[in-house]
Design a protein around this ligand. Structure first.
Ligand code: SF4
Length: 398
């Protein structure tokens, strides 16, 4: 029987059962139970985990409500999952659906369904020691296991068009938990993607990384290291985004300087420059940062710092022949300035607005569905054609 390696973790007795609130860290009794979501959050930003735990301990923190974007993504994710379920049923597969409720009870129901050998188990649940959660689909494969002449593999539905490295964490976790029951590690796991295709992963290629990440989370919870807000790709959908913004502002953090990198912040801090105001005042080299880069960062900080107390400002960079504005053609009568807006969350994607600035006025080509999108594009191209016929030297700037 395969065992999942679990590092003993000291549990803070005052942590109480919170239920599954927004997929955040939860407890059963006094024991912290980690989910795939917790793991993905931790890998994205350890500070988010630190805040989750602090909130759980009752520290005065207020998480942000789900943004409209997050709610929309969730809704579309659910619809994608439901559509895949229907497809499997239509194809004649026997599907056992676990009605999501109490995790321990659902895990027992899943064990029974696995033993029964159903073709598909929807919302199969797992609970073992510190890890648990609900998978999307468990699919029967004809590979022998303790269950009989068959075993199961995990499939998750994701809206994305490509499997993301974080999906691997989830798939390996559920596959390990599944292996505990069926006695053999599944060979593969799958992601049913938003464009209808399926990505199949060979688990042996990813298991080491994913198990290592789990061990790191357990160690982090047992003996947390100090963390702080460091802006990253996860911030936009994070429930702590308002909190972190407030902290960065109150600290006048260097991370607020546009386009600064983590490495640059580290070097600036090591040189004693710890705030945006200090960077804005800085004159001279910064150890480990090229002088042109340092000058750019100082200039950026100066403009942003000034903006805090005054009107938006700008500074012209010294002209360099062949660069910057030198690359632009001379203005022509009839020049057009064009931009496009799209909604990737609309089913199949929707380019809902073409906007053109011409003759000191804005021309909008709107579309609220796919039929209107095609018409808007036709009208836009006709507009361009007429303009370029009237002004052959004009250009379209995007
Ligand atoms: S908002 Fe960003 S920095 Fe703050 S906890 Fe969330 S992911 Fe981390």
């Amino acid at each position: 029987m395969l065992r999942i390696r679990v590092t003993p973790v000291e549990v803070i007795p005052s942590w109480v059962a919170l239920g599954n609130q927004g997929g955040q860290v939860r407890t059963i009794g006094n024991t912290i139970l980690f989910s795939a979501t917790d793991l993905m959050r931790f890998v994205g930003c350890a500070h988010a985990t630190a805040l989750d735990l602090a909130y759980m301990r009752g520290e005065p923190l207020t998480p942000r409500e789900d943004t409209e974007d997050a709610a929309l993504l969730q809704k579309q994710g659910d619809a994608h999952e439901a559509a895949h379920l229907e497809k499997l049923k239509d194809a004649g597969n026997g599907v056992v659906e676990i009605a999501r409720g109490d995790l321990a009870q659902n895990a027992d129901e899943t064990r029974a369904a696995l033993a029964q050998g159903s073709q598909i188990i929807f919302q199969g649940a797992f609970l073992a020691e510190r890890w648990g959660g609900w998978s999307d689909f468990l699919e029967r494969v004809e590979r022998p296991s303790l269950l009989g002449p068959f075993s199961y593999e995990v499939t998750d539905t994701k809206l994305k068009r490509k499997a993301h490295p974080k999906h691997v964490l989830q798939l390996v976790l559920y596959s390990d938990l599944l292996a505990e029951i069926q006695g053999v590690m599944p060979e593969h796991a799958h992601v049913q993607l938003g464009d209808g295709t399926r990505a199949t992963l060979r688990l042996a290629d990813y298991a080491h990384y994913a198990r290592g990440a789990r061990a790191k989370l357990e160690v982090f919870v047992a003996s947390p290291e100090p963390t702080r807000p460091i802006p990253c790709a996860d911030c936009s959908l994070c429930r702590w985004a308002d909190h972190c913004d407030a902290v960065l502002t109150s600290q006048d953090s260097l991370f607020q300087v546009a386009n600064v990198t983590r490495g640059q912040v580290k070097k600036l801090e090591a040189s004693g420059i710890e705030t945006m105001a200090a960077l804005a005042r800085h004159d001279g080299p910064v150890r480990g940062v090229a002088s042109a880069t340092a000058e750019k960062l100082v200039g950026q900080a100066r403009l942003q710092h000034a903006r805090k107390t005054g009107e938006p400002a700008f500074e012209l960079r010294p002209a360099q022949p062949g660069k910057g504005f030198d690359l632009l053609p001379r203005p022509q009568a009839g020049d057009l300035f064009y931009d496009i807006e799209g909604d990737p969350h609309y089913e199949g994607g929707l380019e809902y607005l073409h906007g053109v600035w011409a003759d000191d006025s804005f021309h909008a080509f709107w579309a609220h569905d796919h039929a209107a999108e095609a018409q808007a594009l036709e009208r836009l191209l006709a507009f361009f054609r007429d303009r370029l016929t009237a002004y052959p030297e004009a250009r379209i700037y995007h």
